[in-house]
Design a protein around this ligand. Structure first.
Ligand code: HEM
Length: 134
């Protein structure tokens, strides 16, 4: 009887299923191209160079979906609502943020089920980040 390699019996993480680091890098890179052009969002980012923000968000998403824990090694517990408190995240910022994310996600061309899973999370997370009425 042929032995089944142990690896094939182990469940893949969502991170692995969607293509690992490369996929998350592509997603967040495209997202930040949108942010860079956005008159509402761009001024919210404290640093002149969006590169470090892009890196933090990429590492966060990789970790969230089961990839390496590099984000927390460098940044500690995410505490995302707290980290967004200095920024005015109102409905307009929320909509703009999700709009760029929608474009970036579409361009990844993931299988429908994986795309839906990511989108559900992103819309839920974005709603929970709103901290200002109006
Ligand atoms: C709803 C609209 C949102 C706006 C306007 C917004 C805006 C921002 C801004 C201005 C920063 C600071 C940039 C930096 O220096 O890193 C930031 C950081 C960050 N955001 Fe958001 N954000 C939003 C939603 C989200 C969501 C939904 C997530 C997660 C799914 C997220 C994850 C992060 C992460 C991981 C960081 C870096 C945290 C750190 O380690 O300091 N953001 N965001």
């Amino acid at each position: 009887m042929t032995e089944i390699p142990r690896d094939t019996l182990q469940e893949q993480t969502f991170y692995e299923q969607v293509g690992g680091e490369e996929t998350f890098r592509r997603l967040v890179h495209r997202f930040y191209q949108g942010v860079a052009e956005d008159p509402l969002l761009r001024p919210m980012y404290p640093e002149e160079d969006l590169g470090p923000a892009e890196e933090r968000f990429t590492l966060f998403l990789m970790q969230y979906w089961g990839g390496p824990r590099t984000y927390s090694d460098g940044r500690g517990h995410p505490r995302l609502r707290m980290r967004h408190a200095p920024f005015r995240v109102d409905r307009a910022a929320h909509d703009a943020w999700l709009g760029h994310m929608r474009v970036a996600l579409d361009e990844l061309g993931l299988p429908a089920e994986q795309e839906q899973q990511l989108w559900n999370y992103l819309t839920y997370a974005a709603a929970s980040m709103v901290n200002t009425e109006g």
